[in-house]
Write a protein that binds this ligand. Structure first.
Ligand code: SAH
Length: 233
């Protein structure tokens, strides 16, 4: 059984979009995951297939109607987790991505305009997830990012399973920096430890890089790392 993604959107032409390329694209062709896209407009009201209305309480913009979205959700919802992409949501984490990859799939709701009537989110017990602390013009790019993060973890998608384990956010530390040939480029040499052939020295150098970078750039993650019992370098 393939991992089943469902997307509810006013812009079905945005899918699979970039997910038709590279690893995700090959996995889609291979049937490792599947994609069902629902056009919310198909459930719109009246001659104009209207999906939105002005906000109660006033203010700029339009809000997506609960009755229209409810009909769209009912047409696809099943046992899969139901997620609304919204800047009001909990920030997406690698932990949530891993849990989703282990499940049957996901149904994603992409907002547009000022957002979605809160009652339909509550009525379906949908989880609210944000891509980060900035505002996109719609949920589609957030949905594509979430799907990309999950799909690369599905069994058979990435050749080297180890690289998924080692990289940033599987541990609380940011990853160490990468280098490849040539050993000297534009007058810059690769760090000596990496060309030493000494595996212990390499591991120590990488850990030191990971900890100092994390401490500087992401004190929040660094505190998690120390709290998990690791030695401060
Ligand atoms: N009025 C809202 C912004 C709406 S943006 C506010 O100020 O909070 C329109 C849609 O884009 C949202 O409904 C949501 O689906 C999507 N969106 C915007 N930013 C997002 C983010 N950071 N993460 C996930 N979805 C986002």
């Amino acid at each position: 059984m393939s991992w089943a993604a469902g997307v509810l959107t006013l812009f079905p032409g945005m899918f699979p979009g970039p997910l038709a390329q590279s690893l995700a694209g090959r996995a889609l062709v291979d049937g490792i995951w599947s994609l069902g896209v629902t056009d919310i407009r198909d459930f719109g009201l009246g001659r104009h297939r209207s999906v939105d209305d002005t906000p109660f309480g006033g203010g700029a913009g339009m809000v997506m109607r609960p009755d229209v979205l409810d009909a769209a959700i009912r047409s696809v919802a099943d046992a899969r987790p139901l997620i609304v992409l919204t800047p009001r949501g909990a920030p997406l984490t690698q932990g949530r991505v891993q849990a989703l990859a282990q499940g049957p799939g996901v149904v994603l709701i992409c907002g547009r305009f000022e957002g979605i009537d809160q009652r339909v989110i509550e009525a379906h017990g949908a989880e609210e997830i944000s891509l980060g602390d900035y505002v996109l013009s719609g949920g589609e790019i957030a949905a594509l990012a979430l799907l990309d993060a999950v799909i690369r973890l599905l069994p058979g998608v990435m050749g080297q399973a180890l690289s998924a384990l080692e990289e940033s956010f599987s541990s609380p530390l940011l990853e160490y920096p990468h280098y490849t040939r040539p050993a000297v480029w534009a007058g810059r040499a690769v760090p000596e430890a990496l060309t030493s052939g000494n595996h212990q020295a390499i591991a120590a150098w990488r850990l030191a890089q990971a900890t100092t970078t994390t401490k500087m750039r992401r004190p929040d993650l660094y505190h998690q790392y120390i709290a998990s019992g690791a030695q401060a370098p």
